[in-house]
Design a protein around this ligand. Structure first.
Ligand SMILES: [Zn+2]
Length: 400
């Protein structure tokens, strides 16, 4: 086994702020056999000079200890307070959900804008930005893709309305209802079920609100699907919601295959741009083990290949095609036994083509102690992983 067989994700917010903290980080890496530091960088390299200087210092310190430094980007999601600071200003570059709502108009929790991986401007811009980071930071050994997927979540609220009184006009199933928080963040839900026991006196029962955050149902993606699959969406369906329902119910396999092919195409384009910029630079990605992730915390089963069906991550194909040099699955919130099983499956999918660094999360919400860590590390090794990828340095440095 490589003496530096582990990896770590690093966020610069409160870490590696000066030479002393950088020395502490590289010392920690050596003690914990970490050979790859994966540092989060803004994809837009107009980031401030102070960060640029820290990254240079970090690169120098890592190189002197034989530790690789990789720049991580948030590939397809941008979190901004103000729409003016988005990388791309054209609404058509952003994903549209199964109700026809664009994340450009209604960003997730008010600030997350999801790029449409099919849009030619998105493919070009994201690929160029990755190459640009390698130019701006010559000390980087490669680029690491985070959030290289579709956003996907079926959101559901169940509200007990027994004592709601005359709180709102009687809602009807199918109608939209908009929730707005004090900070101005607005989110549209749809009424799935509304039942009352009595209208007079006002005694309610239950209100169920739902929102299907599934992407991308923009007109261009829909016509692209028709060309890709040879299927024709019935002309009688004029609304996005109806088309989405037809696709998800009648042709889920073709739809999943189409979306995955789009994300795979994006990864291929990034690979080409990275290679053209610097032939020896590496490309890697953080990928999910299940959709939704964290399922074990809710006592829900693992759904094999759900990361492919829901997130569009057919990541083993990225490996097969030689786009990735290593992969870091985010194997979080699992008991050691499940973690071992998931790692095992991931190794089978990569078929030994590239190293797998099994991502292990420790946070105040999900604590792991030293003996726990050792158990996870044994599981990763038994499954054939190259090592652990620690999420993240700021949290793990308190234990190891
Ligand atoms: Zn689209």
């Amino acid at each position: 086994m490589n003496p530096l067989h582990n990896a770590v994700w690093l966020y610069l917010g409160s870490e590696a702020r000066n030479a002393d903290e950088i020395a502490a980080l590289t010392g920690w890496c050596e003690r914990n056999r970490v050979g790859k530091v994966i540092v989060y960088l803004h994809m837009d390299s107009r980031q401030d000079e102070a960060i640029a200087e820290r990254v240079s210092l970090l690169a120098e310190a890592c190189a002197s200890r034989n530790i690789e430094l990789h720049g991580m980007v948030s590939t397809l999601i941008q979190r901004v307070d103000n729409r003016d600071s988005l990388l791309l200003q054209d609404k058509s570059c952003y994903c549209v959900d199964a109700h026809g709502i664009s994340t450009f108009e209604e960003p997730i929790v008010g600030k997350s804008y999801v790029l449409d991986p099919r849009h030619p401007d998105v493919i070009r811009t994201v690929s160029d930005k990755c190459a640009e980071l390698l130019r701006r930071f010559p000390g980087l050994n490669g680029i690491h893709l985070d959030f290289v997927r579709y956003y996907h979540y079926d959101s559901r609220l169940e509200i007990d309305t027994k004592s709601a009184g005359h709180w709102i006009g009687l809602p009807k199933a199918g109608q939209p209802i908009r929730l707005e928080t004090a900070d101005g963040v607005r989110t549209t839900f749809f009424i799935e079920q509304a039942s009352n026991l009595y209208n007079d006196p006002p005694i309610g029962d239950k209100l169920v609100l739902s929102r299907s955050y599934r992407y991308c149902f923009c007109e261009d993606c829909l016509s692209g699907f028709e060309r890709h699959s040879g299927l024709v969406i019935p002309e009688s369906l004029s609304e996005t919601a109806g088309k989405a329902q037809w696709l998800l119910e009648q042709h889920p396999a073709e739809w999943a295959e189409y979306r995955a092919s789009i994300v795979t195409g994006l990864v291929g384009s990034i690979r080409a741009a990275v290679r053209e910029e610097r032939p020896d630079a590496r490309l890697s990605a953080a990928i999910w083990y299940n959709a939704p992730y964290g399922n074990e915390l809710r006592d829900e089963p693992f759904l094999p290949d759900s990361e492919y069906e829901c997130f569009g991550q057919k990541w083993w194909e990225w490996v097969e095609r030689g786009y990735l040099d290593f992969v870091c699955p985010m194997d979080y919130w699992m008991k050691p036994g499940s973690f071992g099983g998931i790692v095992d499956g991931q190794l089978r999918k990569t078929d030994g083509r590239v190293p797998v660094y099994a991502g292990l999360l420790k946070t105040p919400e999900y604590e792991i102690d030293r003996s726990g860590y050792e158990e996870y590390a044994r599981m990763a090794e038994a499954g054939g992983a190259a090592g652990i990828c620690f999420f993240h340095y700021g949290s793990w440095k308190q234990l190891l």
